[in-house]
Ligand binder design. Sequence first.
Ligand code: KIV
Length: 278
Amino acid sequence: MSSQAAPAAPADAGRSPVTQPRLAEMRARGEPIAMLTCYDASFAALLDSVGIDSLLVGDSLGMVVQGHSSTLPVTLDEVAYHVRCVARATRYAWLIADMPFGSYHASPESALANAVALMRAGAQMVKIEGGAWLAPTVELFARAGIPVCAHLGLTPQSVHVLGGYRVQGRDAQAADRLVADALALEQAGATMLVLEMVPATLAETLTQRLTMPTIGIGAGAGCAGQVLVLHDMLDVYPGRRPRFVRNFMAGASSVREAVERYRDAVKTRAFPAAEHAF
Ligand code: KIV
């Protein structure tokens, strides 16, 4: 066991921290953004040193860290705790915190207080699940200087309304609603959009219509970037592996090599392949 207090990777003279303007520039240039979820300092140091552009402290921690069957039990304090763990060890990657179920629904003002708590814990952006109804919240966050990542398609916090973890936006009406939601959220000030389990053609159309980067998870190769849950792509989550996940540990001799393979596969658009899309 190392005696070092802070496990952040050593500074690399050739690298500078990823910022929001840099992410916008990558999107404009067509350089895919590589994102992974992360919940602790050791993985944060590893992912950061490999050059993963952005780390998401997702509320998926409720399933892969805490062992719940959904993300719903996760609290604001628990997300803040994991954000502090990750922030201590992150030198370069853009750090996003998920706002958990119930923490941004009552009013834009109470949502702002909760977002502030996550930013104080070390986040650089917060992520919220939902459509145009969140526009006033996004506007308030943007005015307060809090970058917002929206999340559309399969929104796991609404699993009981959606009836399971299934592909969204398949029919024309649902696709139109998704496009309208995305445009409203961008108009309100969102600067990133996670698209989860939506048809690849819809995600590609949306990516072309929006200025902000789209980050796909089960949304095909046409997005501006990709994200996976760390425990899924390392094949350590005991539950069912979704079809859109590739096991990057297969054939890798270390966790570091698996993460490097993920980074390279995203950067070269080798991942996701057709078999990971809908
Ligand atoms: O909580 C999470 O990990 C997420 C990703 C699946 C995008 O929201």
